[in-house]
Ligand binder design. Sequence first.
Ligand code: NAD
Length: 415
Amino acid sequence: MAMANPIARGGCVPFVPSDASPRIIVTGGAGFVGSHLVKRLLRPPWSGTLKVVDNLWRGQLRNLIDPDGNPLLDFSRDVCIGDLTDYSVAELMTRHAETVYHLADIVGGIDFVFSNQASLFDKNLQININTLRAARANRVPAFVYTATACSFPKELQSNYSVVSIPEDKLYPASPESSYGWSKLMGEYQLEREQLADKDFQVGVVRLHNVYGPRAPYRKGSQALPALIRKAISYPAEGFQVMGTGMQYRDFLHVDDAVSAILAVRERGMNRGPIQAGTGEAVTLRHAAREVAKLAKSLLVKRFAPTFDNAFEGDKGRVADLTRARAILGWKAQVTFSEGLKGTFKWIMQEMELEARGRKGLRPSFDGSGSKDGVRQGAGHFGHRGTGAHAAERLSSRPTSHFSGGPERSMPAAAQ
Ligand SMILES: NC(=O)c1ccc[n+]([C@@H]2O[C@H](COP(=O)([O-])OP(=O)(O)OC[C@H]3O[C@@H](n4cnc5c(N)ncnc54)[C@H](O)[C@@H]3O)[C@@H](O)[C@H]2O)c1
């Protein structure tokens, strides 16, 4: 396909065959899960070439900077601020790649999703089709896709009794939201491509609700980080839970989500979709009470959750882990209370930085969900290193190809 000169785009430098192998591209790599995946991939003894493409709709360059202020990647060569709704970006960045970890998509809390159903579906379809089509055109041998438990039929999640749904119960399809539909379309398309070409290596990890440090927590974000934000902001913001609080989720810590994604790449290619979750149901009521307890112990604030008894989305589902165990030998490691505490401390520190004005300050807490990270308390600040300056320069640079987000901004009171 003929293209304008995309190489002129800073950071959007394609692989060349002489780049060290494995040559990996992470789409959505400046986002929440994507940035943790990048960090894990780069752990020693890493010796390949890794690139990120992200239009920074929700991702942030500072997610790709280590606690000492050093960029994890060369921002001028390996971090493409590009929009995957533009096929030429996808085509350029998948050239000579050996594995695509495809995480870029429009993701948000239920209030955001249900306020942007049409545009979200449209964008995600474009992103997924472009990325997969480009990977196929460039003969990328392996493609890993982060699917979602939101694609399960709503009828299977319509009451509060706990259900664990096996992977093959996806059809007849009836996800509750266009987000679930768009992600399902991605799975379906990948399945067709794999059936058409048995040599094409496809991995599908169907994630449950991922949380942890670096999860977006502002208005429009997912339930758990939104609850933590409300607790920290209280009383300026009420500590209100959407719905009855009886709805439940399978909350998966981001460290575990990343280990599941990597396990799929290692042992789960061409084995069909594999769910990753803890298999445990946590009601929003329980989660809210745990968050309130943390607010009491860490911030000396006392309050109880209230419930708006309004729309709450699916009543719930937890992962059926049969395939994850049998095929991957994988199991989540981070307990809910340990993960929640680390996430709470991270958001607390981020909000403290925001309140002080981010300039000149950088948290010492590295944002990992590890116990080491949890051990470091909030409120420690160091001088910002060169990487943060690099990130700032890049994010303030005009990016003409930035157009990936929905038309509406994040709505208020979302969780
Ligand atoms: N977080 C969860 O609970 C969860 C659960 C199941 C599946 N997933 C899937 O995991 C993946 C990562 O989710 P996340 O929670 O890290 O969300 P995220 O929003 O933090 O990450 C998605 C990234 O994609 C980028 N992006 C959006 N539109 C783009 C475009 N047009 N071009 C290039 N980049 C674009 C965003 O800027 C963001 O950095 C998504 O595919 C999501 O569907 C997430």
